[in-house]
Each structure stands twice: as structure tokens, then as C-alpha cells.
Design a binder for this molecule. Structure first.
Ligand SMILES: Nc1ncnc2c1ncn2[C@@H]1O[C@H](COP(=O)(O)OP(=O)(O)O)[C@@H](O)[C@H]1O
Ligand SMILES: [Mg+2]
Length: 580
């Protein structure tokens, strides 16, 4: 029985005619192979469908069947440590996905433990049981948002699959609602929360330039724009590895398949510095690489954020990285073009901006339906063509994010990684996060952060001037600023993602390192007033040791920084000069 018949196919989009009562965003199945699509326009009796799979071989005359539900994914146990396509179907290998019905995740069995009894009233979002995954993590099973009632039946402890009914509710209308350990959720609809909470805790990333200069709050939103090869992917992967998140959802959107394969290869080996557990265990990867269907790429960021919200609803702090939202926007543009919509800026549809807003608005720190505090932090990479930050995707993304981490081609070229430009980047969360740092062992965080930013600003100003008149013509005080700022850049802001000791830097180590750099700056100013030449200070062996301290002094050695501080004092004292 067909509900409509295909009349026209254009790339990932098709038109069909039929009298069935299709709904907007309804999922449909096309042809004998039941290829998945979604209704994106209704002009009775015609519907327009975007197809989430390869459309080769689809022809006019093929049937389109309704599913009577919106495009949805099944969230539940079995997601962590795995890789999926843009519609959350398991991938065995990047680039070739397993078709629906073949090896579904839910064929796996999980030990179930009931947390409620027959007769109990279950509120929406409240747990009725828990399952343990193979990695040992305990996940609660709850009635999906919007479902509540009295428990008519619940199974005892034992092994269950992701799909079987383990609990039956009788809702207010007297209808039976069967519940499984996982549930379906429409990807385009945000999961509800009790309320939103303020942005007053950082998502520690272990990256000095971010945590100290441009910190992102838990539940915050950051944009990472950068031209080709400036380090977006490396930084996103670094964040996936080291951020203090309980769960990381990594959406590889339209990038090359080998980059995704690399993440997968590296993660199992890497250990979470806080828990000692393999990082892969807390990670869900959603890959819609450049060779995969373009419509599924459009869906992949919604799939990603829905998975993130599911883990948030478990009471966890979740970080979502999307690389790259520009490729997602290009998918939107291609589909819009096929629909013959009137293009706005740079060929993108007029709704690009509102779609970006919808996505970023799903980030947040919240009180969940189960009355716990949890968060989803979103970090979206943007790849502006030709590195032009005024193009529409970058521009609109910057409107909806609270942190802007702009990658600078000049810095990347000079291998100053991460190549974030400290002058054009910002964090709207910094002011609110100061008290977290100041209560947590870095009492001078705000002041030190301000001093570092001021030094970098002065440096840029003087550098510009020195390009005209030459460094030698600068007054000694300005030469010292250049010398101090280059120490701050090399010794503090630069941090190699590939280093064993330095890829991750704890808040305490960041504070120690910044304290030493700023101490060098103070001692340098004193020495200058005693008449010590800047060239002498620039050549001090202790300066080279500060440049290398990130590499040389790993985590858990605060004493080594204290020693360095004492030596620093001696080294400047030994320079002599007239008493001020
Ligand atoms: N933080 C970093 N540490 C070390 N090398 C880096 C870092 N960031 C970028 N690189 C270098 O720059 C190259 C390009 O980075 P990549 O993240 O692929 O750029 P993009 O995704 O912006 O095109 C990498 O292959 C690596 O050699
Ligand atoms: Mg990249």
C-alpha cells in the first residue's frame, strides 16, 4: 500500500503525489528498499521529501509510505564508545554504514535493575530502573518527557534488550504506555527541562588559552571559526579528549572520513586524566563524512544534540563538538537550492540564521526533569571559505554563541598552537566564572587574566609600530613588552596537542604557570628601572626554562613551580644594575 508515488527526484530531494495525510517532518520510507526520508514541504496533493540515504536508483513511480511519526532516534544504553551515522545508525567503518535492521545497537542485552514498584506513580523524566553497560556505567531508564502515570507492571532484575517492554504505565487517560530501557525521541524537538540555571561553572578544557583567557561555562556555547588548516579539527579533538565533561558527543559533519577514523583510533588509547578510564568510554561519535548523503548531514547535528540532551537528562555534564557547522550549512543550502527556494546571502536560505539559533539554544545548564543539575555545552567549528569571517555562517554563529575562539591563519602559520587570536576572541562567561577560579585556589585569577590580556594588547600595538620603525628604534620599555609578551605566548598560550606532558593542563598548573610568567614581567620591569638591558634579560637561561615549563613540569608537581620561582628571583638579583 503506497501513501504517495514519487513524481520527481533531484539529488537528495524528491517530490511525490498522494492523498494520505502526511505531516510536516514526518519520517517516510521510499521504495522497496525502505529508504528513509522526511517530509519537508506539503503542497497538497504533493509532498517534498529529503532523503537520508543515497538516492541512486530512486525513480518516479516508486512508492512512499508514511511512518506516522517524526524523524526520531532511539536514545538509551549502548551509545557510549561507539560511532554512528547522522541518524544514529551504527557504523562499522566510516564511509559505509550498516543499514537499518542490520546489527541494530539494541540487539545487545543489558542487566536491568528496577528502581520502582507496581503501583508507584512515575512522573515524566523520573527513573523507573537502571541498566549497566559493558563499560560499567550505570544509566537510568526513565519515562520519556511527556509520559507519566501509575506503574501497572515492571519486570524484575535481569537481562533485557534495548527494545523490549520492561515497565507498563497506565496514564491519566487510562491508556497503557509500554516503556523500554531506551526510547524514541524526535531529533528536531528539544527535550524539556524544569528550568535553566546560570552560567557560573566553567567547562574546564585543559587548554590554557581557553580556560584562562576565554573560558566557556558549563552549558555555554562557543564558536570556533578558522580558515583551512588553522587547527579547528585538532582543537575539537583535543577538547573531546580533555574537557571535564562526563560525556562527549563528537559530531563529524561533512569532514573527511579519515579524520573521523583518526579520532576513533586515538581515543581508546587515551586515558581520562581525572578518572584513569579510557576516554572512548565516555564518547559518542556521530559521523556524517563528506562522502555520505547530504540530507543526513543536515540531520546529524540535531541527532548529536538529542543524544547530548539524553545524557544531560541522566544528570551528567555533556560537551558536544560539531566539526564543521559550515558543512552542515552547506547541506542546508544544497537542499534549499533543490527546492527552488529564493536564496539569501551567499546562496544560503533565509532561515539559516534561525536554524543556527535553534541548534545553539539547545545548549544550557539546567535543572533536569529528574531534578538534577546537568548541562550541555556546545562548541561549533566554523570553516569560512577563504578565512573570511564576514561570511553568513560565521556571522550568524557569532550572534548565538557566548564565546568566540577565532583561529588566526598567521598564528597557525607560525605554529603558535592553538592558533586562537587573543585580541579578536572573547568570552561572555569570563566575568561570571571568576568566582569559581578565585574560590578554587587561584585567588588572583581575574587580575592575572586582565594583566595578561593587557600585555598581549600592548604587544600587538607595539609590534605594528616596530614593523614600520624597526625593533631597535623602540624605547627600551617597549622592547621589554615585546620580550615579555613573547614569553607569555610561547610559555603560556602555546600548548601542543601532541605533547605527552602538556596536551592537558589542570587549572592549578595553569595558575602556577601564569603566576611565573607575570612574575617574570614584574621582575623585568624592576630590572629595566635598574638599567639592565632588555637584550640581557632576553638571553637569560631562566627565560628559556619558563618557555619550556609546560613540557618539562607535568601535572602533580607544584613544588617544581615553587623552585622555579625562587630561582627566578635569584636570576634577576644576579643581573645587578643600579639600585632603583
Ligand atoms: N594544537 C595543535 N598542536 C599541534 N599541531 C597542531 C595544532 N593545531 C593544528 N596543528 C597542526 O595543523 C594541522 C592542521 O590542523 P587541522 O585541525 O586539521 O585544521 P583545520 O581543521 O582547521 O583545517 C594539523 O595537522 C597539525 O599539524
Ligand atoms: Mg578540519
Amino acid at each position: 500500500m503506497s501513501d504517495a508515488v514519487v513524481s520527481f527526484v533531484s539529488g537528495p530531494v524528491l517530490r511525490a503525489r498522494g492523498d494520505a495525510p502526511f505531516a510536516m517532518n514526518e519520517a517516510v520510507l521510499i521504495g522497496a528498499g525502505a529508504r528513509l526520508g522526511e517530509v519537508i514541504q506539503i503542497r497538497h496533493p504533493e509532498i517534498v521529501v529529503q532523503v537520508y540515504e543515497d538516492t541512486t536508483g530512486l525513480r518516479p513511480g516508486m512508492e512512499v509510505r508514511r511512518t506516522s511519526g517524526p524523524l526520531a532516534i532511539r536514545v538509551g544504553p549502548g551509545l557510549l564508545g561507539r560511532i554512528f551515522d547522522g541518524l544514529l545508525r551504527p557504523l562499522t567503518n566510516v564511509g559505509e554504514y550498516v543499514r537499518p535492521g542490520v546489527a541494530p545497537v539494541s540487539s545487545e542485552l543489558f542487566p536491568f535493575e528496577p528502581l520502582a514498584r507496581g503501583g508507584d506513580v512515575l512522573r515524566e523524566g523520573a527513573p523507573f530502573g537502571a541498566v549497566r553497560e559493558a563499560n560499567g556505567r550505570r544509566l537510568r531508564c526513565f519515562a520519556p518527557p511527556g509520559v507519566e502515570g501509575r506503574i501497572a507492571h515492571i519486570v524484575g532484575p535481569g537481562l533485557v534488550s534495548g527494545h523490549e517492554t520492561v515497565c507498563t504505565l497506565t496514564d491519566a487517560a487510562g491508556d497503557e504506555r509500554p516503556l523500554a530501557v531506551g526510547h524514541d525521541w524526535p531529533v528536531r524537538r528539544p527535550r524539556p527541562v524544569r528550568r535553566r540555571l546560570p552560567f557560573d561553572r566553567p567547562l574546564v578544557t585543559g587548554q590554557r588559552i581557553l580556560d584562562t583567557l576565554f573560558p566557556v561555562a558549563r552549558g555555554g556555547r562557543a564558536a570556533l571559526p578558522g580558515g583551512f588548516g588553522t587547527g579547528k579539527t585538532i582543537l575539537q579533538q583535543t577538547l573531546a579528549k580533555w574537557s571535564h565533561a562526563d560525556v562527549v558527543v563528537y559530531v563529524g559533519c561533512g569532514e573527511r572520513g579519515n579524520e573521523m577514523a583518526e579520532v576513533l583510533e586515538e581515543l581508546p588509547a587515551a586515558e581520562d586524566p581525572r578518572t584513569g578510564r579510557p576516554l572512548l568510554e565516555r564518547t559518542v561519535i556521530i559521523a556524517n563524512t563528506s562522502n555520505m548523503p547530504v540530507a543526513a548531514r543536515e540531520a546529524s547535528i540535531y541527532t548529536g544534540i538529542t543524544v547530548a540532551e539524553y545524557f544531560r537528562d541522566q544528570g551528567l555534564d555533556v560537551a558536544l563538538m560539531a566539526d564543521s557547522t559550515s558543512r552542515w550549512a552547506e547541506a542546508l543550502r544544497e537542499i534549499s537550492g533543490r527546492l527552488g527556494e529564493l536564496p539569501a546571502e551567499a546562496g544560503y536560505p533565509a532561515y539559516l540564521s534561525s536554524r543556527l539559533a535553534d541548534f545553539y539554544e539547545r545548549a544550557g545548564r539546567v535543572r533536569t526533569m529528574a531534578d538534577e543539575d546537568a548541562s550541555v555545552t556546545v562548541i561549533g567549528a566554523v570553516s569560512p571559505p577563504g578565512g573570511d569571517f564576514s561570511e553568513p555562517v560565521t556571522k550568524h554563529t557569532e550572534r548565538y554563541t557566548r564565546c568566540l575562539w577565532r583561529l588566526d591563519a598567521r598564528r597557525a602559520h607560525a605554529r603558535q598552537y592553538p592558533a586562537i587570536d587573543p585580541l579578536s576572541s572573547y568570552s561572555s562567561d569570563a566575568a561570571r566564572l571568576a568566582s569559581w577560579w578565585e574560590a578554587g585556589g587561584s585567588p588572583r585569577w581575574s587580575e592575572q587574566r586582565r594583566r595578561l590580556l593587557a600585555l598581549l594588547e600592548e604587544h600587538t600595538h607595539i609590534e605594528r609600530m616596530s614593523r614600520i620603525i624597526g625593533t631597535d628604534a623602540l624605547p627600551a620599555r617597549q622592547q621589554l613588552v615585546l620580550c615579555s609578551a613573547s614569553l607569555a605566548i610561547e610559555g603560556f598560550l602555546c600548548q601542543s596537542a601532541l605533547s605527552k606532558t602538556d596536551a592537558y593542563c589542570s587549572p592549578a598548573r595553569q595558575a602556577s604557570m601564569l603566576g611565573l610568567i607575570l612574575r617574570w614581567v614584574e621582575l623585568g620591569e624592576e630590572a629595566l628601572s635598574r638599567g639592565v638591558p632588555v637584550a640581557t634579560m632576553a638571553g637569560m637561561p631562566i627565560r628559556r626554562r619558563l618557555v619550556r615549563m609546560g613540557e618539562d613540569i607535568g601535572e602533580g608537581r607544584p613544588g617544581a613551580f615553587d623552585e622555579l620561582r625562587v630561582e627566578l628571583g635569584h636570576a634577576f638579583a644576579a643581573l645587578g644594575g643600579a639600585a632603583p
